[in-house]
Write a new protein. Structure first.
Length: 658
């Protein structure tokens, strides 16, 4: 199994540099232990290739699928790497070609390692934030580059190469060819050693002025957050997430490469995240060193449960940042209010809220008994919509929606209940039916597709949400269910797809099952079964079927004494192979003939065909949910709706298709 530390970027970079630097000595090593040392490098590279972050990078840059080869001494690998070197104008190409021709397996193997390890390190030097999620100072970047170059030259020196060959490059600025004479290799090695020795990795303490700026800014944030709540929303103050306590974690780093989109391009990047304390007030933790390199994923890890939100240039940052504070607080509180509203609204308040939202969208309701909405176009033509309201008790499925379809008539369905994504997608291109629920309005307000502004949002909060919440939450304890759900949604959104995120995805899926379905079963029991990490479906779960309604139907129709859940973290749609695998598990009489797969992308066309054939020919029902469906399950639980309604839609859709 892969150790947790081995998943960290800092570990991979450190090991890649260490192994790369060891290659010259290994090339000269003729002791019996040499194979063990080479096998250690082999194992490291194999583990990296099991993580999609590194596999995808190497596969793309080398145009070579390394998983197809059983060992790294295969001369076919070196041939492909030499082809790549040729296209890149490698001046040492002839030396590596000679190694291939001589056919010495040890030299071939070490040469392949050199090319793979140096390319792996290059990933961390890449300025593209989509490739490298690191913040690195210019001096440290040069330090790593020099270490790589030194290791490569020393390896060529171990092959008795005495000089760097002559070469020429095109000078774009001056539009001419520049020629470089041969250089003694030991001369360049000594130069690189001198540059490396000059670099001091000692981490510089940040000066007190910067530290005070940070402390003042977040102390002001905390004070203004509480003050705004006390002034505007005092009746529900206890229900705001950071009101009783907040923990802020900060790290400082000299940045050189372009930072991710949620950070500013700075010389000094401030990364911060917020976490609720339980009534401990304001608490800030500053890592008071300027890091020459900062791995964001390593520093803001899963265990701390923080969101990296902000980057600041401390050299130009002003203590007077009232505009920044006000903007941050307004956005924070608007979303918190809406979260509270989502958790507590009922049919009556949803009708008032949805009418207000339709009005903002330019759709005005008539007073006719047969409810209509009218929207005037810029040329004064009228679009007329028939308004249909679904209550929380109503079942939102294809059958009920189709009841309202009429030729040449536009229909808006306003649903207090959550409309599953599978249904929304079916009708998203239908110009005659518009499906709107609370999450549709959330997109309109906070994703701003139709020009909503802060004034609109504040008016909605002031006129509708806050008066309702003030009555609803009176003398009511803080509900942690929404926070748990939001944590799950955040984890799911940020979980890497493919092998890189296998461990996170399986843990998230177990959490989702527990959060969503625990209350559906009598004496809830779940058994986790582990398998090897080299599969994308790392672990499955089996839940004892002691439920009612849908679960009882599944017991009767499919002998489902137990429910098997499978997890597929593939970045692609899953197909018939994954369904066959689950189908094989369902041969056991103790399980029954029902399986539920949690996936990222859902089913491919071949998967749908296999799903139908398994139901038709083997009476096995396998439901496949994608990432949006998992979000729907969580949201239905938040709204105190039955998550099983979503499974019923999938079940009905499959059963009527055969």
């Amino acid at each position: 199994m892969i150790d947790e530390n081995e998943l960290k970027q800092s570990f991979v970079l450190e090991k890649a540099l260490y192994y790369l630097s060891s290659l010259p000595d290994l090339r000269k090593d003729n002791t019996p232990d040499i194979n063990l040392k080479l096998d250690e490098i082999d194992l490291f590279l194999r583990k990296c290739l099991k993580l999609s972050e590194y596999y995808d990078y190497l596969n793309t840059n080398l145009e070579l699928d390394l998983r197809l080869f059983n060992d790294f001494s295969n001369n076919k690998i070196l041939k492909e790497l030499l082809n790549r070197s040729h296209s890149e104008g490698d001046i040492f190409l002839y030396i590596d070609s000679n190694i291939l021709e001589k056919g010495d397996s040890k030299d071939i193997r070490i040469t392949i390692y050199r090319k793979l390890l140096s390319r792996l390190v290059q990933k961390f030097l890449d300025p593209n934030p989509n490739i490298s999620n690191t913040i690195m100072s210019k001096s440290y970047r040069e330090y790593i580059f020099n270490k790589v170059k030194l290791a490569i030259l020393k390896d060529y020196e171990s092959l008795s190469i005495t000089e760097i060959p002559p070469y020429r490059i095109w000078d774009k600025k001056n539009r001419k060819m520049i020629y470089f004479k041969p250089v003694p290799i030991n001369q360049e090695i000594n130069k690189l050693k001198g540059n490396i020795s000059k670099f001091r990795e000692n981490k510089q303490q940040i000066i007190d002025k910067y530290k005070n700026i940070i402390l003042n800014y977040y102390q002001n944030w905390w004070s203004l957050y509480k003050k705004t709540i006390d002034q505007k929303y005092s009746d529900i103050s206890e229900h705001f997430w950071y009101y009783n306590g907040i923990h802020i974690k900060i790290a400082i780093s000299e940045s050189f490469v372009k930072t991710p989109s949620f950070l500013r391009q700075t010389e000094l990047a401030l990364c911060e995240g917020k976490k609720r304390n339980n009534g401990e007030g304001f608490n800030i933790k500053i890592d008071d060193k300027i890091h020459t390199i900062l791995f964001l994923d390593d520093y803001f890890g899963e265990d701390y449960d923080l969101i990296v939100e902000l980057g600041l240039d401390l050299k130009s940052f002003k203590e007077d940042s009232r505009g920044r504070l006000n903007s941050s607080i307004d956005q924070e509180l608007q979303e918190e209010i809406f979260d509270l509203f989502k958790l507590n609204y009922d049919d009556t308040i949803f009708e008032i809220f949805s009418d207000k939202m339709l009005s903002i969208m330019g759709i005005h309701l008539t007073t006719l008994e047969d409810e209509l909405g009218i929207q005037y176009t810029p040329d004064c033509k009228a679009n007329v919509f028939k308004i249909i309201r679904f209550r929380k008790k109503d079942t939102v499925n294809f059958e009920n929606i189709e009841r309202y379809r009429k030729k040449d008539e536009k229909v808006i369905i306003l649903s207090s209940a959550i409309i599953p994504d599978i249904i929304k997608k079916r009708y998203e291109k239908d110009e005659n039916i518009y499906l709107i629920d609370i999450y549709s309005f959330y997109q309109l307000i906070f994703k701003n597709p139709i020009g909503f502004n802060v004034v609109n949002t504040n008016a909605i909060i002031k006129d509708i949400m806050y008066p309702f919440l003030k009555e609803k939450l009176k003398n009511k304890e803080v509900n942690t269910r929404l926070y748990q759900a939001n944590k799950l949604l955040y984890k799911l959104k940020n979980c890497p797809e493919g092998i890189e995120g296998w461990k996170k995805f399986e843990d998230i899926c177990i959490e989702i099952i527990n959060f969503v379905f625990k209350d559906s079963f009598r004496n809830y029991k779940i058994k986790i079964q582990s398998r090897t990490y080299d599969n994308l479906d790392i672990r499955d779960a089996i839940v004892q079927n002691t439920g009612e309604r849908l679960w009882k139907e599944l017991r009767l129709d499919y002998d489902a004494k137990n429910i098997i859940f499978e997890f597929k973290n593939s970045a692609k749609e899953i197909g018939k192979e994954e369904l066959i695998q689950v189908s094989d598990y369902l041969e056991k009489e103790s399980l029954g003939r029902i399986g539920i797969i949690f996936s990222r992308k859902g089913l491919s066309k071949s998967g749908v065909e296999k799903q139908r054939s398994l139901l038709r020919d083997a009476k096995k029902l396998i439901l496949v949910l994608n990432e949006n469906d998992l979000k729907d399950l969580i949201n239905k639980k938040i709204q105190k709706e039955e998550p099983e309604q979503l499974l019923e839609i999938f079940k009905f859709d499959i059963e009527i298709s055969i």
